[in-house]
Ligand binder design. Structure first.
Ligand SMILES: Cc1cc2nc3c(=O)[nH]c(=O)nc-3n(C[C@H](O)[C@H](O)[C@H](O)COP(=O)(O)OP(=O)(O)OC[C@H]3O[C@@H](n4cnc5c(N)ncnc54)[C@H](O)[C@@H]3O)c2cc1C
Length: 390
């Protein structure tokens, strides 16, 4: 990992100024207030403006293909975070668009990608089901062939952004008798088809996600991605990317692990609370100790890479948020913007932390992955220990 400082060229400095000004004009106070109210983590006006300025396409493409340079790409990511651009639906869209480019049938592929770049087509992930999400391959939503189409029945839990998207990247079971990894077929299902019902769910941190019901939904075969029963090949890549199992670029211009964006809220809260307590941190040893411990843990988690970072960040967020709130006192229990509250997000971080340890794979599952695949400890055994026979 390269930790050296990056010297910005005059061109890069100009680019930073340009995007900073652009984002400041587009991501207004109104956008942020509306986003808190809806929990959407998406704003259509902002999204279309980013698309119209060419930023979505440049972010998605490699430099060789006309996208940002590595330095520009880093500047762009950091500036988007500073400006608090609602991010979740572009995150799922850009991830699924990679599978579209690779696996969608030519009949729909180019149209979908064009729409992704002009902002009109957004894509969401339909993996998790009400009965379980950790093992994505245990999928019960059925797709049954019917001439040149498929009939889909089932339901998907936590399809975040579905109400703002045109298609869902849907994992279905097309052969219940086959071994689970050979029973799956992926589709890019238009969300306006008859038989699809989207119901909103608000999570504890205020985010909006959805449960989506599929009742006799007729989908043309042109929306199938990859081979019939070959869905595992299609879904592996985006799953690995979401899980952070792909190596970060080694040039110092990438996040060292996934979830750095989410960790930014924790960093901001710790900075705010440190400023708020001021000299109490040195006068009151309890305050100093808890603040110092929180900051040390945050720094350590920010330097942990790959899947270790994914675990460290989410666990640290869960552990330090209560300390930060305690240090700040009772006003910290009020949400940001509430009368009498602090101008600080530690209360939000407290509510957000459990979710950060669930979506994209739970902390328990990640700990098992580290144990099994990194430390070589073998598969966990969940059966109770056998009774000794005397
Ligand atoms: C805010 C939010 C947004 C989300 N957005 C999306 C989305 O857009 N699309 C989508 O498809 N999904 C989405 N999810 C779902 C998310 O990916 C799942 O919640 C997650 O994978 C866990 O699945 P589950 O909730 O069904 O829990 P389960 O898989 O039922 O697990 C229940 C418990 O058992 C534990 N467990 C399960 N398996 C193991 C194991 N092998 N070893 C040890 N412990 C285990 C888990 O850690 C957990 O504590 C979202 C979830 C949230 C909270």
């Amino acid at each position: 990992m390269d930790f050296s400082r990056v010297e910005l060229s005059a061109e890069d400095e100009a680019f930073r100024t340009e995007v900073r000004e652009f984002l400041a004009a587009v991501v207004t106070e109104d956008v942020i207030r509306r986003d808190r109210e809806t929990g959407d983590n998406f704003d259509e006006g902002v999204h279309l403006a980013l698309a119209a300025a060419g930023y979505l396409e440049k972010e998605w493409k490699t430099e060789a293909d006309g996208g940002f340079s590595r330095v520009q790409s880093r500047i762009w990511q950091l500036e988007k975070r500073r400006a608090e651009v609602p991010w979740v639906t572009w995150g799922t869209t850009s991830m699924v668009a990679r599978s579209v480019a690779k696996f969608a049938q030519p009949e729909i592929r180019d149209d979908v990608l064009r729409g992704v770049f002009d902002g009109t087509v957004r894509l969401c992930l339909g993996y998790t089901e009400p009965e379980g999400g950790s093992d994505v391959a245990t999928c019960k939503t059925r797709a049954v062939r019917d001439g040149s189409a498929w009939i889909i029945n089932g339901s998907k839990m936590f399809t975040t952004g579905a109400h703002n998207c045109k298609y869902v990247f849907l994992i279905t079971n097309t052969d219940p008798d086959a071994p689970k990894h050979k029973s799956l077929t992926m589709f890019l299902v238009p969300l306006d088809l008859p038989g699809i019902e989207i119901q909103g769910i608000r999570t504890v941190d205020g985010d909006r996600t959805n449960i989506v019901y599929y009742s006799d939904v007729r989908v043309d075969d042109k929306y199938r991605m990859g081979e019939v029963n070959g869905g595992w090949t299609v879904v592996r890549e985006p799953l690995d990317a979401e899980h952070g199992a792909v190596a970060a670029a080694d040039d110092g211009l990438a996040d060292v692990s996934i979830m750095m964006h989410q960790a930014g809220f924790m960093v901001e809260a710790a900075d705010n609370i440190a400023a708020l307590v001021g000299s109490r941190a040195t006068q009151d040893t309890s305050v100093g100790y808890r603040l110092g411990r929180s900051i040390a843990r945050i720094e350590a988690s920010l330097s942990a890479s790959s899947i270790f970072g994914r675990v460290a960040l989410a666990q640290t967020m869960r552990d330090v948020a209560p300390d930060l709130m305690d240090i700040a006192g009772p006003a910290a229990a009020l949400p940001i913007g509430a009368e009498g509250g602090l101008d600080d997000r530690s209360e939000y971080v407290y509510r957000f932390a459990p979710l950060v340890g669930i979506y994209g794979g739970t902390l328990e599952v990640f700990r098992n992955m580290i144990a099994q695949h990194v430390l070589g400890l073998g598969k966990p055994a969940y059966a109770p220990p056998r009774q000794k026979v005397s």
